[in-house]
Structures are given as C-alpha cells and as structure tokens.
Design a protein around this ligand. Structure first.
Ligand SMILES: Nc1ncnc2c1ncn2[C@@H]1O[C@H](COP(=O)(O)OP(=O)(O)OP(=O)(O)O)[C@@H](O)[C@H]1O
Length: 579
C-alpha cells in the first residue's frame, strides 16, 4: 500500500493529463454503454412498429444512435491519445526523477549494486510501472465512477435487476480480481526477481566475455542462464494459465448476467411493470456494462509485479547519501573559489569496515602547486583523491577549499574545480572527438589538439585515416591500454579545472613516451597554472613535484621534495626500488 501511495504521489506532476485521460475514457465508455442500450430499445420499437403497422418518429432515436456512435468512436481515439500521452509523460518523469535520485548515490553505493542490477532497475522496473496508470489506476477509477452510474440507470427500470447487476459487477470487478491478486501475487513477484536475475547474468556474461572464454566458463554460464530462463518460463506459464482461467470465469459470469436479466425483465413486461421495448435494451446494456470492470482482473494481476518493481526502485531512492544526511539538502550552496585545498586531521572508514583507511591526514595544496602521492598498494591513495572529488563524505576532520568545507560546496562547482583522471575511466562507443567533448562540450579544435598533444596522442591521431573522427568501439575496444589511458588524460586536461587529479597517468608506458608526457604535462601546467595532485611511483615525475606525500597504511609518514626524501626517508627509497 505504501508503494501504491508513493507511486500516486510521484505521478502528481502529470495529474492534469491523467484526469483528462480518465474523463475522456469515461465519456467513451458511457457512450458505448448508452449506444447499445438505445440501439436495443430502438430496434425493438422498430420491430414492434413493423409488426403492428404503427407509425413512429425514428428520426430522434436515429440521431441519438448516430451521435452516441460518433462520441464512442472519437472518444476511443481521444482516449488512446490522451491516456498514452499521460503514460509517456509519467514514464518520462519517472525516469528523470529516478536518475536524478540515483546519480548522487552511485559513488556511495556502487559497490553494493551490480551494473546489471542497476540496468534492470532503470529499464525493466520502470517499464513495469508503465502499467500503473494505464492498466491499474485508470481502470480502478473508471470502475468506481461508472459502476454506480450504470446500477442507478438499471435501478430506474428494476431495482431487483440493479441488485443482481451490482452483485455481478462486484464479483467481476472485485471478487475475481482479488482471487487473481492472491493467486498471482507470489508468481508475479518471482517473475520480477527472475527477470532481473536473468538480465544480470546476461550482462555479466557479456561484459566479462574475455574472462568467461579464457577460464572456459561458457558452459557454467549457459547452465545458469538456462536454469533461470526455465524457471522464468514456468512462472510466466503459470501466470498466463491463471489469467486465462479468470478470463473464462468472467466470460461465463457475463453471459449468466444476461440470462438473469431476461429472467427478471420478461416477467416484469408480462405483468405490465416494464415496457417490452426495454427487455432487449436492458439485456444489451448488461452485456456491455461489464466493460466498466472488465479491466480490473488484469489490473489486480499486474498490481503485485508493478508494486514489486516500485519497491525495487524505492529501495535505491531511499538509500541515503551520507553527505546529505549530515548536511541537509540546500546547505551545499557555496561556489568553489580559487584557494588552498586543505586536509586537516582527516580520518576516513568505508562503511562496515573495521579499520579506518585514512588516519589523521594533514595535507595542503596551494594554487599552482604540484603534489605527488606515493605509497604501497592499499595505502589509501585513491581514497584520498576520492574524498577530494566529493565521492565520499568527510567523517572526521576537515577538507576545505579556500576555507570552505567541501560538503558546503555545490557538487557541480566541485566537479568543475577538480578534474579527475582515474585508472578505470570509461570510453564511450563514439568518435575520439566525441569522447573528448564529454569533458568539454564547447572545446575548440585548437583546445582539442593541444590536449591531445599534451597527452602524447598527437602522432598517433595523425596516423589515423579519420583522425579525431575515428570511431572507437564499446568500452574503447580498438585502443591499446596506454592509448586509452592517455585519452583519459586528454579529457582531464580539457576540463580546465583549478586542480588536476591524476591517478598513475603513465602507468605501463614505455620510458620514452613517459618522458615525453612528463615534459608536455609540465608545459601544460605552466601555461594553465593548475594545481596537480598525482598518484605516481615514477621518479621521472616525482622529480618535478613541489611536494611528495608518502603514505603507509592510511598515514602520511613523510612529506617533502624528491631529493630531500631520498636522503631522509628510507621507506620512500624502498618504494622507488620496489616500483
Ligand atoms: N569502495 C570501497 N569500499 C570498501 N573498501 C574500500 C573501497 N575502496 C577501497 N577500499 C579499501 O580501502 C583501502 C585503501 O584503498 P585505496 O584504493 O585507497 O588504496 P590505494 O593506495 O589507492 O591502492 P592501489 O595503489 O592499489 O590503487 C584498501 O584496503 C581497499 O580494500
């Protein structure tokens, strides 16, 4: 019920379209019911007039029938148009809303959510919610309004028949759907979960296809996928069987209602309590009035799956962003202005971790300064730069830019202030230029070529027949590891941020290429006056730094220039020897 109400609340911005859709559907439904009832009456009086030779005015009823037929036809068309418009608007709103909620959560919760699961929530679950307005909310609303109207109309001719109609509609609209809900609930929830699992396994097996082939895991992946497909097939088959059963029950009930109507109206007409021309009229009205509730069994059947999908979506939306919980929304209002970046007694632990990964970090980066971070694997180097990027909240101590705690700086400003080249950057399936444009949408040709030059890609691009318009495959296939890395570097350089954060930019490169990148990077920094934080173990880079921070198990154990550290810090020397 909670999910039901939350979904209704989420759809509030489209209330206008939704109400219009309901109104048009109601008009078209009532026009259809009235058309059959009036036609039944009209045919009967025409037949009676033919038999008795009486003359009747058939122009007025003829005009009414034509009018109702037009309203029904136009109404059906308008109904499709408006209700689909409402649905698409609702879905578009939901997607945007969900994505907006999701985006700030990803850095915090990505470890708990696999990409396949995230994809299935974003696509399949939102698609399920597609049903909510059109197939659940709309039929319920129509039934609630039209059933009392139809029963009142029948009661005008026969209160007894109206009672039967009400009981049958109740059974058709509530009894059978409720049974269907109870019977289908578990299978529907299973269906949602199995579809998500199947998608997850497919995404996993495709994205890890190299490992799957190398480690000969194709057989086991196929088995898993077959098993889940089989389970899903069984669940869907059971659901369809139940649906067919309920449809047959509804069909039998509808025909029984017509029979009951005749059993009541014929004696009434014989006793003179009902004009005979209304017998066919009422029978036809009853035949068609089930339309008011006919969509309800499907609504009840779809309800559990829709609510299960909503629950999965809300599960993500309800995850808190730690930073926001500490600083209520609206507090992050400051613009980032040029100034010192300062870590003051910063300690940090990952959720559920026993030990902090950063302990009492004190570090300063002045505008234009170049700082390197060096340390063994797991020392906390990436965590340190992730804190600066605002990916995790500062739990203990303070991290400030120009004296302003970063939690108070608008996320957009912070991302503008700092540009990150991480080791796990993503290359999109597009051209080289398009990938660069992601970092700087308004870049000029000169800026693009300058960034490519600084990243050491100029010669390679020149050798390509299509140059910067060369198409890159999925996740950068077609690029060597080093080229991909340098493309990421070019992206970071294009950002024109105040602080450049580079995570091992020359890892795995040959010494010649490395030296050339170091030289070009130095020229770039001298030109742009950007500050630099770089994780590196390469002496050729370390020599160029204003300050080197040596980290060991979450602590800063030494700081200084390359030459000084070589003399004063044995651990620094060990690290250089090791790497
Ligand atoms: N998202 C995370 N959730 C939980 N623990 C994490 C997370 N990221 C890193 N860790 C842990 O924090 C510690 C520091 O990791 P970090 O990536 O900062 O080290 P690093 O010095 O950059 O290592 P490397 O040089 O291997 O990249 C490691 O023990 C790691 O397992």
């Amino acid at each position: 019920m909670n999910e039901f109400l939350r979904l209704c609340a989420l759809m509030r911005p489209q209330l206008g379209w939704m109400l219009l859709g309901a109104l048009v559907s109601l008009l078209s439904l009532l026009a259809n019911i009235s058309l059959l009832a009036v036609s039944g009456w009209f045919l009967t009086i025409m037949a009676m007039a033919g038999l008795t030779g009486a003359s009747i005015n058939y122009f007025t009823p003829g005009a009414i029938v034509r009018f109702l037929a037009i309203v029904r036809t136009v109404g059906k068309y308008a109904e499709r148009l408006v209700t689909h418009q409402a649905t698409f608007k609702v879905i578009a709103h939901l997607r945007v809303h969900f994505y907006r909620q999701l985006e700030p959560l990803i850095p915090y919760h990505q470890l708990q959510l696999r990409s396949g699961d995230l994809m299935s929530r974003m696509q399949q679950d939102i698609d399920h919610i597609d049903n909510f307005y059109l197939r659940i909310l709309l039929p319920l609303t129509l039934a609630l309004i039209s059933v009392p109207l139809v029963c009142s109309a029948v009661a005008y001719f026969s209160p007894l028949l109206a009672l039967w109609v009400a009981a049958a509609l109740l059974l058709l609209g509530l009894g059978i759907p409720f049974l269907s809900y109870l019977w289908c609930k578990r299978s529907a929830v299973q269906q949602v979960a199995l579809t998500a699992t199947l998608k997850l396994q497919l995404v996993d097996s495709v994205s890890a296809i190299k490992e799957v082939l190398v480690y000969q895991l194709t057989g086991s992946y196929q088995q898993q996928i077959n098993r889940v497909s089989q389970e899903l097939y069984q669940v869907e088959l059971a659901l369809h069987r139940r649906q067919t059963l309920f449809e047959s029950m509804s069909f039998i009930l509808i025909n029984m209602m017509v029979l009951i109507s005749l059993l009541i109206t014929v004696p009434l007409a014989q006793q003179g309590h009902l004009a005979p021309e209304y017998i066919a009229s009422l029978a036809l009205l009853i035949l068609v009035c089930v339309e008011t509730v006919l969509a309800l069994p499907l609504a009840m059947q779809l309800l559990p799956a829709t609510l299960a999908s909503a629950r999965r979506l809300f599960e993500i939306m309800d995850k808190s962003v730690p930073q926001e919980s500490e600083h209520p929304e609206g507090s992050a209002v400051e613009n980032a202005v040029l100034g010192e970046v300062a870590f003051k007694r910063v300690s940090f632990s990952y959720p559920d971790a026993k030990e902090p990964v950063l302990k009492n970090i004190n570090l300063s980066l002045q505008p234009g300064e170049k700082v390197a971070i060096i340390g063994a694997s797991g020392a906390g180097k990436s965590t340190l730069v992730n804190l600066l990027m605002g990916f995790w909240p500062i739990e203990q101590g303070q991290l400030t830019i120009a004296g302003v705690p970063i939690a108070k700086i608008k996320a957009q400003e912070l991302r503008q202030y700092t540009a990150l080249m991480s080791q796990s950057g993503h290359v999109f399936k597009s051209t080289i230029a398009d990938n660069l444009r992601l970092a700087q949408p308004n870049m000029t040709e000169t800026q693009m070529h300058s960034a490519l030059d600084s990243a050491g890609l100029k010669a390679w691009i020149a050798s390509l027949p299509d140059g910067v318009n060369t198409w890159l495959g999925e996740t950068g296939s077609g690029l060597s590891g080093g080229q991909k890395q340098r493309l990421m570097l070019a992206q970071a350089l294009l950002r024109e941020s105040h602080v450049l954060v580079l995570d091992e930019p020359t890892k795995g490169l040959d010494p010649l290429t490395e030296q050339s990148i170091v030289n070009k990077l130095s020229l770039h920094l001298a030109r742009t006056q950007q500050s630099l934080i770089m994780i590196t173990h390469k002496p050729v880079m370390l020599q160029q730094m204003d300050n080197i921070v040596v980290m060991e198990q979450g602590h800063i154990v030494a700081q200084g220039k390359h030459g000084d550290l070589l003399d004063s810090c044995a651990y620094y020397q060990d690290l250089l020897d090791y790497f």
